[in-house]
Each structure stands twice: as structure tokens, then as C-alpha cells.
Ligand binder design. Structure first.
Ligand code: FAD
Length: 258
């Protein structure tokens, strides 16, 4: 296997190359492990693609692909679909004009110091943070729509099965608190920090990218406060606009795209 070249990046920014790489890996590698998709898994796939078609802040050519894939998938009412049929739509063999999802991965902000670090799981987190922020900006949907789609995608398809189990436990105990679109953005941020806390220092941690309670005080000074008793606490009123800006479509960098 030839080593990929290192791509310089700014760790306080989000890159479209990571989001497209996550989509490629999810739709062409992870889902390919299912030869037939049926029942609860098919519903999960429909909800995931629907959320992508609505909120993914992609290039026009990628959005055309996601929308045509979504239209086709939502019309599959007669039970099981084969992965092969799904894949033909992902690869646009129907030749919908100006619609494509680039092949292959080009990790940028999600590069790891070794090939087994970061990459796809980092891309998945980034993708779903972006989607909750986009849904909040658009502002007219069920507050739980994106999180439910994420929960069911992870539960049915995410390759790291113990990660999926942990995430399912968190979702089961906590999604009720999500009653507004900003609270969905906060829910995912807060749970992601719980995961960071739980796995900090594990063998899976890239030593060049240590797990922290994110964002750091350097990235967002006003997100952090100190209580009277000296304990750290988050200033959620500041965290929401920080997340809104960090993951906003207008700030996503397009370096290294094909
Ligand atoms: P990641 O945690 O993947 O984060 C990606 C980027 O998001 C960071 O670089 C940072 O810019 C930003 N970020 C970090 N924290 C936050 C936050 N709180 N809110 C918003 N943005 C943030 N691994 C395990 O070993 N055990 C598990 O149980 C486990 N469960 C997982 C569950 C899910 C749903 C997913 C998607 C992944 C899980 N993983 C688990 C993988 C793990 O969380 C990391 O994705 C992986 O270790 C790569 O870490 P990373 O350094 O790239 O940062």
C-alpha cells in the first residue's frame, strides 16, 4: 500500500474533502457489507439519505447525486433492496446529468499520524455535527430528525460495533431532552465530549491528536467559565454560536477537492 501524501491543514476548520470522503466510505464501503437491505435497516438507510439530501451542504454535483439517490430510494416500497441496486445509483449508472460522488477518500482535517488513526470515524462525527448545524440554520424541521437518522445509521451499519453499542446507550437514555433545533446541536456536542472523555488515552487515540474536552479554551475562550467553587463549567449560551460558526456551510474549506 503506497503512503498517501500528508496534506497540511488548519485544525480549527472543517474541510469538504473530509465530508465527501466520509460519504464515499459510508455509501461505497460500509454499506457494501450488506448484500440485502430490508426492514428496520432499510428505514434507517432511507432516513439517512433523506437527511443528507436535505442538509448536506455539498457542491451542486454532489447534491444532485444525493437528491436523485433519495428520490429513487424513497420509491422502493416493495420490501428488500439489494446493495447492488443502491450502488448503481451511488455511481450514477442511470446517468442523471451533473450528478456524482467522487470516488475514494482524501482525508484532510481527519488525517491521522498512522493509517489506523482517525479518518472515517472522525469524518462521521464531523458530518453529523455539520448536519445538526445545517438543520438548525434552515430551522423548520423536527428537532430530532438528524439525530434519529444518525442513531439508526450507527445502530444498523457503523462498522465499529462497540462504538455503536455505546452510542445507542447514550441515545436511549438521553434523546428526550432534545426539544429544539439548538438543543440537538448541543446534544451531539455534549455526547461527543463524553466519548472523548471515556476514550482519552486509549490505544485508539492518535498521539498527535489527543482527545480533549472540545473546543479548547484557545479555540473558544468564552465557551469556558469557572464556577464559584473553582470547577470548570461550559457556557452553553456561547457554545451554541461557536458550533454554529465552526460547522457552518459558509466556513467549510474546499481545499484538496478532486
Ligand atoms: P473525533 O473524536 O473523531 O472528532 C473529530 C473532530 O471533531 C475533532 O478533530 C474535532 O475537530 C471535533 N470535535 C471533537 N470533539 C467535539 C465535540 N465534542 N463536538 C464537536 N466537535 C468535536 N472510539 C472508541 O474507541 N470507543 C468508542 O466507544 C467510540 N464510539 C464512537 C461512536 C461514534 C458515533 C463515532 C462516530 C465514533 C466513535 N469512536 C469510538 C471513535 C472516536 O470517537 C473517534 O472518532 C476516533 O478515535 C478518531 O478521533 P479523532 O481524534 O479524529 O477525533
Amino acid at each position: 500500500r503506497t503512503e498517501e501524501p500528508w496534506r497540511d491543514f488548519n485544525s480549527s476548520r472543517v474541510y469538504m474533502a473530509d465530508l465527501e470522503s466520509a460519504l464515499h466510505y459510508s455509501l461505497r464501503v460500509e454499506l457494501a457489507l450488506q448484500s440485502v437491505i430490508n426492514g428496520q435497516a432499510l428505514t434507517a438507510l432511507k432516513d439517512y439519505i433523506s437527511v443528507l439530501a436535505k442538509y448536506f451542504p455539498g457542491r451542486p454535483v454532489v447534491m444532485n447525486l444525493l437528491k436523485s439517490l433519495n428520490t429513487w430510494l424513497q420509491n422502493q416500497n416493495k420490501g428488500p433492496i439489494s446493495y447492488e441496486a443502491f450502488r448503481e445509483r451511488v455511481d450514477n449508472t442511470a446517468q442523471v446529468p451533473d450528478a456524482a460522488l467522487p470516488e475514494g477518500v482524501r482525508w484532510v482535517g481527519c488525517q491521522g499520524s498512522q493509517p489506523h488513526f482517525r479518518r472515517y470515524p472522525c469524518g462521521v462525527w464531523t458530518l453529523f455535527h455539520v448536519l445538526t448545524v445545517q438543520a438548525n440554520n434552515i430551522g423548520d424541521s423536527d428537532p430530532k430528525e438528524v439525530l434519529k437518522a444518525m442513531r439508526n445509521y450507527i445502530h444498523n451499519f457503523f462498522g465499529c460495533r462497540y462504538c455503536a453499542q455505546h452510542f445507542e446507550n447514550m441515545a436511549r437514555e438521553g434523546l428526550d431532552v432534545v426539544t429544539s433545533l439548538p438543543s440537538a446541536v448541543l446534544w451531539l456536542w455534549y455526547r461527543h465530549n463524553r466519548v472523548n472523555n471515556r476514550i482519552a488515552g486509549d490505544l485508539s487515540e492518535d498521539p498527535f491528536f489527543p482527545k480533549i474536552q472540545w473546543p479548547s479554551p484557545e479555540m473558544c475562550p468564552s465557551c469556558h467559565t469557572v464556577k464559584d467553587n473553582g470547577e470548570h463549567s461550559w457556557n452553553e449560551a456561547q457554545v451554541i454560536p461557536f458550533l454554529g460558526s465552526h460547522f457552518s456551510s459558509s466556513r467549510i474549506l474546499t481545499d484538496y477537492l478532486e
